[in-house]
Design a protein around this ligand. Structure first.
Ligand code: AHG
Ligand code: MN
Ligand code: MN
Ligand code: MN
Length: 346
């Protein structure tokens, strides 16, 4: 959009948001939600960088509804996101990887927006200070699911919150992530291109560093956890074997393997350098590991806005209508040609 173009490299995130609002790409409410998410990411970046010094590494001693052992920073990052979204008063419902059920922000349920998020992605890496991230998606609140706090009981309120949150990725107004790595980089789309902002720690503000990211059409980098190879389908094994002898152009240079084990880090490298990231289903977990709502759908919106793809191997991730809000889907994303080549084996 003109405003984003007018913004351009060097534009502070706060300024860019106000430009989007002036251009009526977003309303004032969404501008508030976006700047509060930027604040949450700055707070988490600071916590992650000091984790080892403040006794914030290691396990929290709890497991989340997914059966994962929560890290202390999983819980702390979740609290940061929930508090920031509650305090802005423009969010109706929030759903998090670390919350059993979607939470209605009762104080201001009139808030127009539903925010889904993975507060700390790749948290298994945190104790070794390997890159991690936060992922979010923002939907319009579905007006038919606004609970009546005065008359409806907790079960009815929860049921409406789950319905409000279970929207297909095609409905996303915004998707973004923040990567906590050698740089802290916030990447997002509002449906008109993908923009990246690097945190300038001397100012404490995200500054636009990537104006209109485009995924290379193809790329010889693949990012899978090949430890699961034996549990993959025959088609997927054939695909993976073919990469070792050049992929679509057999007999040419083999692909390189790059796997950080944090979706945000692997995804960010994939959209900048090209290639493919995949977390397939296998005989143990037919739907794979990654969650549709706050990992695969937001990342697919970003990938498509950057000219790439987000696929379950059989269909566009953004077309999938969630039944359960922690549901998992097989996930393949990155360069269009690479994802299409994979799909030809599925
Ligand atoms: P989270 O830390 O939010 O639970 O996500 C972890 C995910 C994703 O970040 C990463 O790509 C994947 O798990 C790694 O899984 P494996 O360790 O099974 O490869
Ligand atoms: Mn987790
Ligand atoms: Mn995650
Ligand atoms: Mn997580």
């Amino acid at each position: 959009s003109v405003a984003a173009r007018a913004g351009g490299a060097g534009t502070p995130f706060t300024t860019w948001i106000l430009q989007q609002e002036m251009e009526e790409k977003i309303d004032g409410e969404l501008a508030v939600v976006l700047s509060s998410i930027g604040l949450a990411c700055k707070q988490i970046a600071s916590l992650v960088q000091r984790a080892g010094l403040q006794g914030m590494t290691g396990l929290a001693g709890e497991t989340n509804v997914q059966g994962e052992d929560q890290k202390k920073l999983d819980v702390i990052s979740n609290d940061v996101f929930c508090d920031v979204l509650r305090q802005t008063g423009r969010t109706g419902v929030i759903a998090s990887e670390e919350e059993d059920v979607p939470v209605a922000v009762e104080e201001t349920f009139g808030g127009n927006y539903v925010v889904v998020f993975d507060p700390l992605d790749g948290s298994s890496n945190i104790d070794a200070a390997v890159s991690t991230g936060s992922i979010w998606g923002i939907y319009e609140s579905d007006s038919t699911c606004i609970p009546d706090f005065g008359t409806e009981d907790a079960a009815k309120i929860e049921e409406k919150c789950v319905m409000n949150v279970c929207q297909p990725g095609n409905n996303l107004l915004c998707a973004g992530y923040c990567m906590y790595s050698s740089s802290t980089i916030l990447v997002l789309t509002l449906g008109e291109g993908v923009y990246g902002f690097t945190l300038d720690p001397t100012v404490g503000e995200f500054i636009m560093s990537h104006d209109n990211i485009k995924v290379p059409e193809s790329g010889k980098i693949y990012s899978f956890n090949e430890g699961n190879y034996d549990m993959w389908t025959p088609g997927l094994k054939k695909y993976m074997d073919s990469l070792k002898t050049g992929g679509a152009e057999q007999g040419t240079k083999p692909y390189s393997a790059r796997y950080i084990g944090s979706l945000v880090g692997d995804f960010h490298r994939t959209i900048l350098y090209g290639g493919i990231y995949g977390y397939p289903g296998d005989s143990k977990n037919p739907n794979g590991k990654l969650r549709l709502l706050y990992e695969c759908a937001p990342m697919s919106f970003i990938a498509e806005q950057a000219g790439g793809m987000g696929s379950t191997g059989k269909e566009r991730v953004l077309d999938v209508v969630p039944e359960k809000f922690h549901q998992r889907v097989p996930f393949f994303t990155g360069s269009k040609k690479e994802v299409q080549y994979l799909e030809s084996f599925m």
